[in-house]
Write a protein that binds this ligand. Structure first.
Ligand code: PEP
Ligand code: MG
Length: 563
């Protein structure tokens, strides 16, 4: 079995077709007639524009306008005056061929983008290399790879799928994609997901492991693939495929519906996101809002703190995308396993028990104030709520509320608009917060239970330590009692209680959470419909009977047997 990155979910069973790129060879030579070279360049650019528009047209039919526009963008990238002029200038100055000039200028540009520590901008490097290869082929008269006529049940294997190659994909014939490079946000992944073709990416050495015609099975959700598997494995994958297809058909019925239990209890089903761009996916997957925006991602992969303006734009984008639906934004949660090198934090012996999240923010109010100001300003554009992570005592919540009140006074003075009723809530993820949940519930506008950390802190388990990993379980009586207590304390004070840890999408736990009275479930965008289906199949009075039994259990094993 080979393992790669889970690029696009689904099960693929088929035969391999390797997409071999022509080896391009560029001869080094000096030209005498530079005008002639410029003419060759212009003619290749014209052909490029025509071919690209044709491909984008095809793609618009198979995949949709948004993805076709990625290809159309290649025309603008090539015809950018800076790029075109640089290529022509190089031909004239160095007396090189059009191929050599195209190669040099576009490779340099690609290299520049690949150095930027931002995954989306790095993607531009793939785009420029795709344009470069196609232009050189046009100049040398090499025909492009055409994958529109591959046989049925094909699993494509390529080093990387460039946008121009993907344009020829016919989803009726292609049942899977395997690549040697590319990550979750690469164009190959985005397009595979848009076409709903299962894909496993970055499988080390896959191009040299397989031959044309090899039988292959792949699971795009787990990132696993097997070449020439035996009959039993093929049967297992056929079963998986049939379950997956049935589930998908069933789940589609739940799109656009409210999230209500069989006996009419309505709950909120919202999404967890890490970047503002993901809010769109949340809407597309029918999320009813955002239950957790992990803002630390805005601070990562860069070398300085994002400015108030940058943060404001990010929060405003999400608020606007969600059009008045709730958007819970968690303030900076760094430390623990999330490092931000430019903040210069010292290494600690026990990072999970150390200078983390709200503890850092309240000692660096200069940084925290910028975030709170950006958040409060963005609250004018949607239903933003602020959530404070890793709270262990009520003073922490009080200080955040004081800071927010001071900022609101400042903004009023500056005549900048914001939502005066902006809610500030607590992420319930430590055993201390659970023990004082009654106290916190009187001062917090809402609770959201972070079971990922709550499990670790309640069980006193370091998740990185394999020897004690068996104790890291949300099914442990101690963790379930903590969850129940937090919900009860919140309900008693009449505040909303949600959950944004992984447990919110756990089919085994959902009936229990409904019985406890959880108001909001925050899950990944791709889990929305599945979670809605599970909730819709539940009858809360039945769930309560189950919960009564579960809460009498004394061990994790007994609980799991019941659930
Ligand atoms: C949690 O702790 O449950 C949670 C959702 O936050 P994170 O995983 O970002 O710590
Ligand atoms: Mg957490």
């Amino acid at each position: 079995m080979y393992k790669g990155i889970a690029g696009s979910e689904g099960i693929g069973i088929g035969n391999i077709v390797i997409i071999e790129e022509h080896q391009i060879h560029i001869e080094t030579k000096t030209v005498t007639d530079t005008e002639e070279e410029i003419k060759r360049l212009q003619s290749a650019i014209e052909k490029f524009v025509i071919a690209t528009n044709e491909m984008a047209g095809k793609m618009e039919e198979t995949v949709g306008k948004k993805d076709a526009d990625i290809l159309r963008g290649h025309i603008q990238m090539l015809q950018d005056p800076m790029i075109e002029e640089q290529i022509s200038a190089l031909i004239v100055a160095e007396k090189v061929t059009a191929e050599m000039a195209v190669d040099q200028v576009l490779e340099q540009t690609a290299e520049m983008f690949s150095q930027i520590p931002d995954e989306l901008l790095q993607q531009r490097a793939t785009d420029f290399r795709d344009i470069k290869t196609r232009m050189i082929k046009l100049l040398q008269g090499i025909e492009d790879v055409d994958i529109s006529h591959v046989p049925e049940d094909t699993v494509l294997v390529a080093r990387d799928l460039t946008p121009s190659m993907t344009a020829g994909i016919n989803p009726d014939n292609i049942v899977g994609i395997l690549t040697e490079t590319g990550g979750k946000t690469s164009h190959s992944a985005i397009l595979a997901r848009a076409m709903e073709i299962p894909a496993v990416l970055s499988v080390p050495g896959i191009c040299s492991i397989v031959k044309n015609g090899d039988k292959v099975v792949l699971d795009g959700a787990s990132g696993e693939t097997m070449i020439n598997p035996d009959e039993t494995v093929i049967k297992q994958f056929e079963e998986k495929l049939s379950i997956y297809q049935k589930e998908k058909e069933l789940l589609a019925e739940y799109a656009g519906k409210p999230t209500v239990t069989k006996d009419g209890i309505k709950v909120e089903l919202v999404c967890n996101i890490g970047k503002p761009e993901e809010a769109k996916k949340a809407t597309e997957c029918d999320g009813e809002g955002i239950g957790l925006f992990r803002t630390e991602f805005l601070f990562m992969d860069r070398d300085s703190i994002p400015t108030e303006e940058e943060q404001f734009e990010a929060y405003k984008t999400v608020a606007e995308e969600m059009k008045g639906k709730p958007v819970i934004i968690r303030t900076l949660d760094i430390g623990g396993d999330k490092a931000i090198p430019y903040l210069g934090l010292k290494e600690e012996e026990n990072p999970f028990l150390g200078f983390r999240a709200i503890r850092f923010c309240l000692q660096r109010e200069d940084i925290y104030k910028v975030q709170l100001r950006a958040l409060i300003r963005a609250s004018a554009y949607g239903k933003i709520k602020i959530m404070v992570p890793l709270v262990t005592c009520v003073e922490e919540l009080r200080r955040v509320k004081e800071m927010a009140a001071d900022i609101m006074k400042e903004l009023e003075h500056e005549r900048i608009s914001f939502n005066k009723n902006l809610e500030i809530g607590v992420m319930m993820e430590t055993s201390a917060a659970c023990m004082i949940a009654d106290v916190l519930a009187k001062e917090a506008a809402f609770f959201s239970i972070g079971t990922n950390d709550l499990t670790g802190y309640t069980m006193a388990v370091d998740r990185g330590n394999a020897k004690v990993a068996y104790l890291y379980s949300t099914y442990q009586p101690a963790v379930l009692r903590s969850i129940k207590r937090i919900i009860e304390c919140g309900k008693k004070e009449g505040i909303m209680v949600g959950m944004c840890g992984e447990a919110a999408a756990d089919p085994k736990l959902i009936p229990l959470l409904l019985a406890f009275g959880l108001d909001e479930f925050s899950v990944s965008a791709t889990s929305v419909l599945k979670t809605r289906k599970i909730i819709s199949d539940c009858d809360v009075s039945e769930c309560q009977k189950l919960a009564d039994k579960v809460m009498k259990c004394t061990t994790e094993e007994e609980i799991l047997n019941l659930l």
